[in-house]
Design a protein around this ligand. Structure first.
Ligand code: C5P
Length: 193
């Protein structure tokens, strides 16, 4: 059986950076599951058909990182049939040897409830907005409003809402450097390995 590290959390919490670092350190495969929803939203047309037709090549587009793609993703992510269409891809990815790190919103709760390690990475709204604004070269106040709207939609939807799995370790990165956040996540993995 492969080893699975599930990392969930709101936008710009640091979960992607941590997921990449853990995957590199342990030689595991890494999937940023947000890209599945971003690519589905970016395809346009009927989102359920778009999700069913998604290929790995669709995940490789630079324009998927934009704030607009994030908003579109969170709107189509609330549709149960869209989420259902993306489950197999994630399960196949997670089953790869020697292990996989998946980051998203519902990995520990829905996609990989039996993951050996579950982290819920979070940070204050202000810190997350400042990080994302610096990344995108955008206005922090505008980014803050967009993040809050997206988090609200992701947390309030009926299907697979953003929330920590009861057995997840909560990691608040508000006051941590990137290096310290990665070290804290790695310490958790080492504890459970
Ligand atoms: O993580 P990222 O910001 O790229 O995710 C974009 C959107 O995709 C999120 O706001 C959320 O609505 C959706 N998403 C999701 N479930 C996941 C990953 C992302 O619903 N596992």
């Amino acid at each position: 059986m492969s080893f699975i590290i599930a990392i969930d959390g709101p936008a710009a919490s640091g979960k992607g950076t941590i997921a990449r670092a853990l995957a590199r350190h342990y030689g595991f495969h890494h999937l940023d599951t947000g890209l599945l929803y971003r690519a589905t939203g970016a395809r346009g047309g009927d989102p359920v058909r778009a999700a069913r037709a998604l290929t790995p090549e669709d995940l490789d587009r630079d324009d998927l990182r934009s704030a607009e793609a994030g908003q579109a993703a969170s709107r189509i992510a609330a549709i149960p049939e869209v989420r259902a269409a993306l489950v197999d891809f994630q399960h196949r990815f997670a089953a790869q040897e020697p292990g996989a790190v998946l980051d998203g919103r519902d990995i520990g709760t829905v996609i990989c409830p039996d993951a050996q390690v579950k982290l819920y990475v979070t940070a204050s709204d202000q810190v997350r907005a400042a990080r994302r604004a610096a990344e995108l070269g955008a206005d922090p106040a505008e980014v803050l409003a967009q993040l809050r709207e997206r988090d609200r939609r992701d947390s309030e939807r009926a299907t697979a809402p953003l929330k920590p799995s009861p057995d997840a370790v909560i990691l608040d990165t508000s006051t941590l450097s990137i290096g310290d956040a990665i070290a804290a996540a790695m310490a958790e993995v080492e504890r459970l390995l």
